[in-house]
Ligand binder design. Structure first.
Ligand SMILES: *Cc1c(COP(=O)(O)O)cnc(C)c1O
Length: 398
């Protein structure tokens, strides 16, 4: 099918017209179990009553007025988010890239206030921070950057989960002002750093006067078993970015900051026409209310363990399966070979999954799935992985 859309996506030959909870129905009436949630966006599943009611009610009253005026729903959401995250202030944007763009600009202004002339931000290999020029530069993928040069200057890259590399950078570069890092790498293949990594980064940042800026766009909003993934390590970042799960599908991003960092962006220094409009803020408030009242982070922790245990039981000993890992409902199954075909294979079996970093099956189901749906995810993923390894050689059909 040809249409007038720019060819930025390789789309699967299916479209959906209705969703409920973790189920989606395609235009031809087939039912699918959604183990991707619009890439970690619809954490409460589709058509959640609380989000639906908040949206309908707000849409009937007021959608947008601009940030030229006070927006009570934005202030209320800001209070709620900052309290939950232990942060002081928040800037609302419309996406993960924009939230990170705000963090990068904040770090630049912070440096400029301190008289650092050519500030550098430390970023990681294998990272993903978005597709705008600055966030693309921060992203650790040559493939994503290719052809878009000249990129933005002022970034220094080290391997992820490698503290010695950070120490070396600290010793060799005087102008580093901030570290921008994912608490768990998502697009990079569900890479969970060693326990203590983020806490050690926190100490390094304190020692050198750097801002610790955590990208929780994918790992945030309850998915890993805590509201924010860094809370597993009991640390506090200076800056944190959110998006994906924040609005359950309504575009909203947030850049939160604490202490000195919270006071950097003043009138005229940054902005967004749409950012934090009443509709998006009401949706995000409904998400936070529901995560808390239904204790969904705890649920995500248990379900994630269950899915990893089930997959390990079926796949851990299978040649061709390199690793089964994750935290809460961020689950990765790494194979020893590229496996993009698995997406279509699972789709044919009525399951939506994703493959990232070429060899990693990525599961990001809604936090509201039940035990039966978790079992269906385990069964279908195990079946398509075993069949794929059998067909491509080197595996066993179990
Ligand atoms: C998806 C993602 C982004 C980019 O978010 P967009 O809303 O697509 O701009 C940034 N950082 C991380 C960790 C992400 O997973």
């Amino acid at each position: 099918m040809t249409d007038h859309l720019m060819a930025t996506y390789n789309r699967l030959p299916v479209s959906f017209e209705r969703g409920e909870g973790a189920w989606l129905w395609s235009s031809d009436g087939k039912r699918y179990l959604d183990a991707l949630a619009g890439i970690a966006v619809c954490g409460l599943g589709h058509a959640h009553p609380r989000v639906r009611d908040a949206l309908c009610e707000q849409a009937a009253r007021l959608v947008h007025v601009s940030n030229l005026y006070r927006i009570p729903a934005q202030s209320a959401l800001g209070d709620r988010l900052c309290t939950a995250a232990g942060m002081d202030r928040v800037f609302f944007a419309n996406s993960g890239a924009e939230a990170n763009e705000a963090a990068i600009k904040l770090a630049r202004l912070y440096a400029s206030r301190r008289g650092v002339q050519r500030p550098e931000i430390l970023v990681m290999e294998n990272s993903f921070h978005g597709r705008t020029l600055a966030t693309l530069t921060a992203t650790g993928s040559r493939k994503a950057q290719a052809g878009f040069e000249p990129l933005v200057s002022g970034f220094v890259r080290v391997p992820y989960d490698d503290l010695a590399a950070v120490e070396t950078a600290a010793a060799n570069r005087a102008n580093i002002v901030a570290v921008l890092v994912e608490s768990i790498q998502g697009e990079g293949g569900i890479v969970v750093p060693e326990e203590g990594y983020l806490a050690a980064l926190r100490r390094l940042c304190d020692r050198h006067g750097w801002l610790l800026m955590l990208d929780e766009v994918q790992s945030g909003m309850g998915r890993t078993g805590k509201l924010f993934a860094h809370q597993h390590e009991g640390i506090q970042p200076d800056v944190m970015t959110l998006a994906k799960g924040l609005g359950n599908g309504v575009p909203i991003g947030a850049c939160l900051a604490r202490g000195e960092a919270a006071e950097v962006l003043g009138p005229g220094s940054h902005g967004s026409t749409f950012g934090g409009n009443p509709l998006a803020c009401r949706a995000a408030m409904a998400v936070l209310d529901t995560l808390e009242q239904d204790d969904l982070p705890t649920r995500a922790a248990g379900l994630g363990e269950r899915i990893r245990d089930g997959l390990r039981e079926r796949l851990a000993a299978v040649p061709g399966v390199a690793d089964i890992r994750g935290r809460g409902l961020m689950v990765g199954v790494e194979l020893d070979r590229p496996c993009a075909e698995l997406v279509a294979a699972a789709l044919a079996e009525g399951l939506l999954i994703n493959v990232t970093a070429q060899r990693v099956v990525r599961l990001l189901p809604p936090l509201i799935i039940d035990a039966e749906q978790a079992q269906q995810i385990i069964d279908t993923v195990a079946r398509v992985v075993l069949a794929f390894l059998h067909e491509t050689g080197g595996g066993t059909a179990g």
